[in-house]
Design a protein. Structure first.
Length: 280
């Protein structure tokens, strides 16, 4: 779920990087990374699990019910349930819904649809570690070429952002990389939303912009954990949130797609906590 707009620190001693305008950035420990690897794996497995059920004729509410059940069977809870009043285990965004689509019994997905499923399981214990990830799915066998191309560009934009997320680079390098891919394809990025720090807290610092920012921000240091989650639109970057307070659609009603991973900066690179263990 999106947020609007060295060596690891000593084991078991979590530190913070001050000077970031939105507040301190947590530098996580080696133990923290182990917890994040566990919850990240469950997040990825949730999206793996639901993949064969994404088919024409099923409602987004039924997909959400299965996701909720799967998460609880893994000993986790969906962090989105109760979050600012939200009552579902996932966000499911169809076609021109850019983000935060609310699962509904009346929303039946059709052959040719593209959908994004966004999940955030949380460890159900004294340490509430969060794993946040989303993935695009193509429904049926009649996917328009323009939809396939959009998904391809979105996945490449995420991959470029991940490649740029290296220790010693600046936070803004991620946005430059994501945005360049969108530009190369002739698409725009929804700039009302950004990635975010995550860990014990669902949404934390830093904010991860997916276009070139005005301020390149802090240097990426080992111990930082955050999401990268660009939203690419075939049309303009403008979006609007509907009266339900969550569902956000493209203003021009053209297709939108998103992809997301939770990553952590290490001494010599990064780890993708939410990488799938199998092909879609």
């Amino acid at each position: 779920m999106l947020l609007r707009i060295m060596q690891f620190p000593t084991k078991r001693i979590r530190k913070h990087l001050d000077g970031y305008p939105h507040g301190p950035i947590t530098l996580h420990t080696e133990d923290d990374f182990k917890f994040m690897a566990k919850i990240g794996r469950i997040a990825a497995e949730t999206l793996d699990f639901i993949a064969p059920h994404v088919r024409p004729g099923i409602s987004t509410a039924e997909l959400d019910r299965m996701i909720h059940k799967f998460m609880t069977e893994q000993g986790t809870v969906p962090a989105t349930v109760g979050y600012h009043g939200y009552q579902h285990a996932s966000c499911i965004s169809v076609n021109h819904v850019a983000v935060h689509g609310i699962p509904s019994a009346t929303k039946i997905i059709k052959n040719g649809d593209i959908i994004n499923i966004d999940v955030t399981p949380r460890l159900d214990g004294p340490d509430h570690w969060h794993g946040d990830t989303s993935r695009m799915y193509m429904v049926g066998d009649k996917i328009p070429i323009k939809a396939r191309r959009l998904i391809e560009a979105t996945e490449k934009s995420l991959a470029a952002g991940i490649t740029a997320a290296q220790p010693g680079n600046l936070l803004g390098d991620i946005g430059i990389a994501c945005g360049q891919v969108a530009k190369d394809y002739g698409y725009s990025i929804a700039t009302d939303f950004c990635g975010h720090g995550i860990g014990l807290t669902f949404h934390d610092n830093p904010e991860v912009i997916h276009v070139e920012p005005e301020d390149m921000g802090p240097t990426l240091l080992p111990g930082m954990i955050f999401t990268i989650e660009p939203i690419l639109n075939i049309g303009g970057h403008e979006v609007k949130t509907l009266a339900d307070g969550w569902t956000t659609v493209t203003r021009d009603r053209k297709l939108s797609a998103q992809a997301e991973h939770t990553v952590g900066i290490t001494e010599d690179g990064l780890v993708i906590f939410t990488e799938s263990g199998r092909a879609n």
